[in-house]
Design a protein around this ligand. Structure first.
Ligand code: NAI
Length: 339
């Protein structure tokens, strides 16, 4: 199937080539899908997009006019595509779920440990030959109460790792997992209780209308002063300005995140010579108790190989007249059209 791969990054192309083995015809472009670049899909039956691509209703209408019938997402999250409009236009959509929950969970733990033990500040200090410890005091994770919001594929692995640290684990999820309760003594509770009890809170939920700005002033007010907030979900699951204000005022201890609500068009690019004008981002990069990584949780060899494999499988299913097992249908999603 002739497929245009939007937002293609050099590091993922070898994985896509290896998985494809010339079954489908791939054209790679570095451009993001936007209203302006939709016309590049003219003559392609399928396109592939990633998390920063804009597949809002208006873009989908254009893609339909240009003859696109299939969209395969090289991501698990799908908040950037308007599935209702896709369905109305009869554009089939599938994603790459579960490519490596370990990659993402391990990044969450990396962020937690780095923030708690102030690894980036330690490096900054030691690079200046300052070997003092006054600003580097963290806490043991053992016996601490840690909260996981969203115990799906990624959250479940996070729970497993936290159990290894000897943490007490609380969780919030409308679908409770018996296995997590039995194996890792997870206690499911309601959101406010988790937020009040936990000194570490990890977000691993999809961005939906229910989770948009899930963490705002009203929830930050409930947190303990020592709380570390970790986000490997999507930027808009938190109200970024509110979180920054609470870190600044020492109302919570720190925020470490792999995602940012205004990351689109910034993350995945070298913007060192063309810095974005974004005061919030500037603040996040300079405040020592905020740690930001550039949406890199999926960037492991294993995850990239699995994403590529699933992308090819989705396309092959459509070519053979079947529905891919990862087909996406409209649910209670939130997307670029709404905000
Ligand atoms: P999943 O679908 O397996 O799990 C999501 C869980 O969240 C489900 O158990 C669901 O019931 C729960 N959930 C939904 N709404 C909730 C709410 N309001 N409160 C509490 N729990 C709720 O998805 P998976 O694979 O674990 O991924 C989760 C999200 O992580 C993705 O949707 C994506 O946005 C993000 N992600 C981020 C990556 C990164 O590179 N930083 C990479 C992959 C995913």
């Amino acid at each position: 199937m002739k497929t245009l791969i939007y937002s293609a990054k050099d590091f993922e192309i070898p994985f896509l080539e290896e998985a494809n083995k010339d079954v489908h015809t791939f054209k790679y472009i570095t451009d993001r899908l936007t209203t302006n670049t939709a016309m590049m899909a003219l003559g392609f039956e399928a396109i592939s997009i990633f998390s920063a691509d804009d597949a809002s209703g208006i873009v989908l209408e254009k893609l339909k006019d240009f003859g696109v019938k299939y969209i395969t997402l090289r991501s698990a999250g799908h908040d950037n595509i308007n599935l209702k409009v896709a369905k109305r236009l009869d554009i089939k959509v599938a994603n790459s779920p579960g490519y490596s929950p370990h990659a993402v969970a391990e990044q969450a733990i990396t962020l937690l440990l780095a923030l708690n033990r102030k690894v980036t500040l330690a490096r900054k200090q030691t690079q200046n030959y300052n070997f003092t410890l006054d600003k580097l005091i963290g806490f043991d994770l053992k016996d601490k109460t840690v909260g996981v919001i969203g115990t799906g594929k990624i959250g479940s692995v996070i729970v497993q790792i936290l159990n290894g640290f000897g943490c007490r684990i609380m969780a919030v999820d409308p679908f409770e997992k018996e296995e997590l309760k039995k194996r890792f003594y997870v206690s499911y509770t309601h959101l406010d209780n988790l937020i009040e009890q936990c000194v570490v809170i990890i977000l691993s939920v999809p961005l939906t209308s229910d989770t948009f700005h899930l963490i705002d002033k009203s929830k930050l007010d409930l947190m303990q002063k020592e709380t570390l907030l970790i986000n490997v979900a999507r930027g808009a699951v938190v109200h970024t300005q509110d979180v920054l204000e609470y870190v600044d005022k020492n109302r919570i201890s720190g925020y470490a995140t792999d995602v940012y609500d205004k990351e689109s068009g910034v993350f995945f690019y070298d913007r060192s010579k063309n810095k974005p004008h974004d005061a919030t981002l500037d603040k996040m990069l300079t405040q020592d108790r905020i740690l930001l990584t550039p949406h890199q949780a999926f960037a492991t060899k294993e995850a990239l190989a699995n994403i590529a494999q699933t992308t090819v499988e989705n396309l092959s299913s459509w070519q053979q007249g079947r529905h891919p097992k990862n087909t996406l249908l409209p649910a209670n999603q939130v997307h670029v059209d709404d905000h």
